[in-house]
Design a protein around this ligand. Structure first.
Ligand code: BV8
Length: 222
């Protein structure tokens, strides 16, 4: 069976990584416009790098949970396309072989001058010279608001060819990801939502499974 899964911050919550829009969410201490837009980076690169350096340090201290491991097992059972909005590496560390990071990766650096990408150091600064062009325009390889998410052609094709779509641990607030269920449903694909609470696009799903991902995902794939 061909399955496409989209994950959000909720799948990493039980590993200890903060979500974005929960009570203690990442955006609680920051306005999105101040840390997750290209304009924010131009205006205050030190603040933006501090926001991502802290998240990169947190990531180094946590581990994948049962939900990440269950999706790695699902890839061994079916033709799975795993798309994540998350910029952490917990899917890979949980054993998933092929992860599509549509919003980029915390552990990757990008040169804003020449588009070269490389593995990020633990602490990143704008003045770090680009290994390819030598210019000091180093930014996190993260898709910010107003920037085109990565791998969209591959994602749309997977949604159009899947027998089943599931969104796991995402609030359905951010597009284009929040539109994936509607796109899949138009193709007659059965859509599942696995979440702690109703998402903003809950009406787009045929079936909702409520509970913590570390319990619902292993049960769902069984
Ligand atoms: C683009 C940076 C076009 C990475 C992020 C007006 C209307 C509609 C759309 C727009 C609009 N104005 C602008 C837009 C477009 C905009 C957008 O959607 N804005 C929204 C806010 C209105 N989108 C964009 O700008 C995107 N780009 O559209 O480009 C374009 C076209 C041509 C050329 C150029 C460009 C770019 C979007 C990417 C933005 N980057 N962050 C980072 O810092 O990490 S978005 C940010 O939100 C994160 O990336 C995150 O992945 C994403 C979604 O958040 P969630 O993962 O859902 O997390 P959240 O905290 O919200 O929810 C957690 C969920 O988990 C909850 O449902 C909770 O119940 C659940 N949960 C919690 N614990 C558990 C659990 N579930 C299960 N188990 C648990 N234990």
């Amino acid at each position: 069976m061909r399955i496409t899964v989209l994950t959000g911050a909720g799948i990493s919550a039980e590993s200890g990584l903060a979500t974005f829009r929960g009570d203690d969410g990442l955006w609680e201490n920051h306005r999105v416009e101040d840390v997750a837009t290209p304009q924010a980076f131009i205006r205050d690169p030190v603040l933006v790098h501090r926001f991502y350096n802290q998240r990169r340090a947190n990531l180094a201290r946590v581990d994948p949970n049962a939900a990440h491991h269950a999706l790695a097992q699902l890839a061994r059972m079916h033709d799975l396309t795993l798309v994540t909005q998350n910029v952490d590496n917990l899917h890979e560390r949980g054993g998933s072989p092929d992860v599509i990071h549509m919003h980029g990766e915390l552990n990757r650096a990008l040169c804003a001058a020449c588009d070269h990408r490389w593995d990020a150091p633990a602490l990143m600064h704008r003045a770090d010279p680009c290994p390819a062009c030598g210019q000091t325009a180093t930014r996190p390889d993260i898709v910010w608001f107003g920037e085109m998410p990565y791998h969209m052609e591959r994602i749309w094709a997977a949604l159009e060819q899947s027998d089943l779509f599931a969104a796991i641990g995402t609030s359905g607030n951010v597009y284009p990801a929040a539109g994936f269920a509607q796109h899949a449903a138009r193709m007659g694909t059965r859509c599942f939502e696995l979440n702690l609470a109703d998402s903003a696009n809950a009406r787009d799903f045929d079936q909702r499974i409520t509970g913590p991902a570390s319990q619902t995902v292993p049960e769902w794939i069984a």
